[in-house]
Design a protein around this ligand. Structure first.
Ligand code: HEC
Length: 143
């Protein structure tokens, strides 16, 4: 009888040790899920993507009225004939024959075409600065 209870004691002891060894693992697992820092860190790089990236600009170009007036080869939606074709816009030396085709001037032009060229045939699209930044990034890929 003594041997049996000793065995039982050892068995229970082993079980307790075993279960106390495995328990900390599940309780350690949740903390990574609770950690807010990775979520914040993941949000920060999003901003430059939203503002400066050409893919975002292309999406804007399609979703705004641009494609209704401008043709860009390779973009099925862009068949507009009211304004000049922009397929090779980045290779132009001038913007509407008035300003040197630089990033800054392009931003100025998209902000308000009439300021750059009085009586401009392109209406103000009332774009935000980040929309302009993305559109310019996109336009600069049109070589
Ligand atoms: C209602 C028609 C219309 C819409 C909408 C429009 N444009 Fe234009 N765009 C024009 C016209 C017309 C010109 C030429 C203006 C001129 O010569 O005065 C022009 C000129 C331009 C130029 C200069 C091209 C060159 O040859 O120098 C760029 C760049 C441009 N548009 C981009 C855009 C973008 C980006 C959008 C959308 C946010 C847009 N346009 C929306 C009609 C339009």
């Amino acid at each position: 009888m003594k041997k049996v209870s000793l065995l039982l004691f050892i068995l229970v002891g082993v079980l307790v040790v075993a279960s106390s060894c495995t328990q900390p693992q599940p309780s350690e697992a949740p903390p990574p899920q609770e950690k807010p820092p990775p979520a914040v860190a993941a949000e920060t790089p999003k901003e430059p993507q939203m503002t400066g990236d050409a893919e975002g600009g292309k999406a804007l170009f399609i979703s705004k009225a641009c494609v209704g007036c401008h043709t860009v080869q390779g973009i099925p939606e862009a068949q507009g004939k009211v304004g000049p074709e922009l397929t090779h816009q980045a290779s132009n030396s001038m913007i509407v024959d008035v300003l040197p085709n630089t990033e800054e001037n392009l931003k100025k032009y998209l902000k308000d075409p009439a300021v750059v060229k009085p009586g401009a045939l392109m209406p103000n699209q009332y774009l935000t600065d980040s929309e302009i930044q993305a559109l310019v990034a996109f336009l600069q890929t049109l070589k």
